[in-house]
Design a protein around this ligand. Structure first.
Ligand code: 8GT
Ligand code: MG
Length: 137
């Protein structure tokens, strides 16, 4: 069988950039059984059939970090091919939320000053997100 003829799996992912009053950004560490294991990430997950990106983001952030998103705005969109998997990251800035962000699934998590974000090991697709967050405003 010619495996090159099989279209690579492409997934649309809703990703949240969450900032607190001090200007720090919330990140989590991916688990051992996940794609891009042990890398740090901005929380989020796959958009399911019938969902909009904001709906998926709200669901994922409630499940993963226990916050209720009340407003978000488009931040950037990134397409990346990992070889084994192709992703489209639709990144949204979470502009209003309720609750205390925490690793609700037991994953390590922390608030990080923007200027320190580049010290964390993120998946390759995330480079442009980190650079944009560190641009002078
Ligand atoms: N959530 C998230 N996913 C990212 C980021 N960067 C990045 O390349 N991805 C990729 O996006 C894809 C989907 O994200 P995900 O694994 O969080 O999706 P999910 O929560 O629905 O996962 P699950 O299937 O483990 O329950 C993964 O292949 C992951 O490697 C990021 O900053 N945050
Ligand atoms: Mg996820």
């Amino acid at each position: 069988m010619n495996t090159e003829a099989i279209p690579k799996q492409t997934v649309l992912v809703a990703v949240g950039v969450i900032e607190n009053g001090a200007g720090d950004i919330f990140i989590c560490r991916r688990g051992e059984s996940q794609h891009q294991a042990f890398k740090w990430e901005f929380p989020g997950g796959k958009v399911e059939t019938g969902e909009t990106v904001p709906q998926a983001l709200a669901r994922e952030l409630e499940e993963e970090i226990g916050i209720r998103v009340s407003a978000c705005a488009p931040f950037m969109r990134i397409e990346h091919d990992y070889g084994d998997k192709q992703v489209i990251l639709d990144i949204r800035k979470v502009t209003a939320f309720e609750g205390e962000a925490h690793g609700r699934e037991g994953q390590p998590s922390r608030w990080v000053p923007r200027a320190e974000l580049h010290r964390y090991d993120f998946p390759a697709a995330n480079g442009a997100i980190v650079r944009k967050l560190q641009e002078k405003k």
